[in-house]
Design a protein around this ligand. Structure first.
Ligand SMILES: NC(=O)c1ccc[n+]([C@@H]2O[C@H](COP(=O)([O-])OP(=O)(O)OC[C@H]3O[C@@H](n4cnc5c(N)ncnc54)[C@H](O)[C@@H]3O)[C@@H](O)[C@H]2O)c1
Length: 323
């Protein structure tokens, strides 16, 4: 890869009005990129999160005519694709909705990119694509097997992207995110909190009565699940590096540091005071340990996570406390 920033590169950010996409757009402008178009159907995104320097186009990946119009009106050098539905529980109840949005949407995007000869994609995947293994530490070459429909949609999208790479020379970067938390100054409040950081934050500010900890009989140091939490700022900086990458890889994005749910709770208490929680039954399909080996991203992209857990907590609480 080259470290030179080609500031006039035209970048399409699909799903750029959501949590991670809007943060990425902000940081791309901060790093000197000038031509950024955001495409989002605003199903979950918010237009006020989109940097005012970006061109915003409202449209839906499931509607190919929206994409045809977008690609006819603009030339792109690179597409960063964040758009997906991501609620695991909902995906099990409504698989068709997830296949249509995540899989058909991505198939449409790849087809239109091909028709317009756009040769670079950066794609948001997830640690949920890995088949469970005893050590709980995942490398990119580990077998893929999704325990839920959401994970299946990501595996299918990854496969489609690899097929376009093989057949059409599409250059890709697939990022498998571990547990994302924190904020980059956009004050993002999750409207539909399903992850532990927003859930704890809602308990602390009185929007929710308590945190439920799912299971304490895992084979971990205190019986609760171990996860690899990564700051949004670090996650997004990997995408910025990938814009200038010319090789195709899958990369894990994590800190390689494990935190149990109890340790996370204790850190929130240390930094914000006591809040209510209780332990309930373990959830089906939750792995005991899920940790990234991110050495490939260091080797190939020169990327490593730098922010720690306390910064993720403090940055999240600034948002939820409304400061
Ligand atoms: N947030 C996480 O912890 C996490 C973890 C692993 C992977 N991911 C992946 O990262 C990506 C971004 O996640 P996020 O947390 O920012 O989610 P988000 O819901 O905040 O953002 C997704 C955006 O995509 C848009 N969108 C969805 N379907 C669309 C469609 N058919 N057409 C146009 N726009 C559409 C939504 O309106 C939203 O603005 C997703 O692909 C998600 O699966 C997220």
């Amino acid at each position: 890869m080259s470290n030179k920033i080609t500031e006039y590169k035209k970048i399409l950010v699909v799903g750029g009005a959501g949590y991670i996409g809007s943060a990425c757009v902000k940081v791309l402008f901060e790093r000197g990129y000038k031509n950024i178009i955001v495409f989002d159907n605003l199903d979950k995104g918010r237009v006020d999160l989109v940097d005012s320097r970006a061109v915003f186009v409202q449209g839906d990946l499931r509607h190919k005519e929206d994409l045809n119009q977008l690609f006819s009106n603009h030339d792109f050098d690179c597409v960063i694709h964040f758009a997906a539905l991501k609620a695991v529980g909902e995906s099990e109840k409504f698989p068709q909705k997830y296949f249509e949005n995540n899989v058909c949407g991505t198939a449409n995007l790849l087809a239109v990119m091909d028709e317009h000869d756009v040769k670079q994609i950066i794609f948001s995947s997830t640690a949920c694509v890995y088949a469970e293994k005893a050590s709980g530490v995942y490398v990119e070459s580990d077998p893929l097997s999704a325990p839920n429909v959401y994970g299946s949609t990501k595996i299918i999208c990854e496969n489609m992207i690899r097929d376009y790479n093989r057949t059409k020379n599409l250059n890709y970067t697939i990022f498998r995110y571990f547990n994302v938390a924190g904020d980059v100054g956009l004050n993002y409040i999750d409207p539909d909190a399903q992850n532990i950081f927003p859930i704890i934050s809602e308990v602390i500010v009185g929007k929710r009565s308590k945190l439920e900890i799912y299971g304490d009989k895992y084979e971990t140091r205190d019986g609760t699940c171990i996860r690899d939490y990564i700051h949004l700022k670090d996650l997004v900086s990997a995408h910025v590096l990938a814009v200038e990458s010319v090789n195709s890889f899958e990369f894990n994005l994590g800190t390689e540091k494990g935190t149990t749910v109890r340790e996370l709770v204790d850190s929130f208490v240390r930094l914000n005071g006591k809040f209510a929680f209780e332990t309930v039954s373990a959830r089906k399909g939750d792995m005991g340990v899920s940790l990234a080996d991110s050495s490939l991203a260091l080797d190939k992209l020169g990327w490593r996570a730098v922010e720690g857990l306390d910064t993720m907590i403090v940055d999240t609480m600034v948002v939820y406390n409304g400061k």
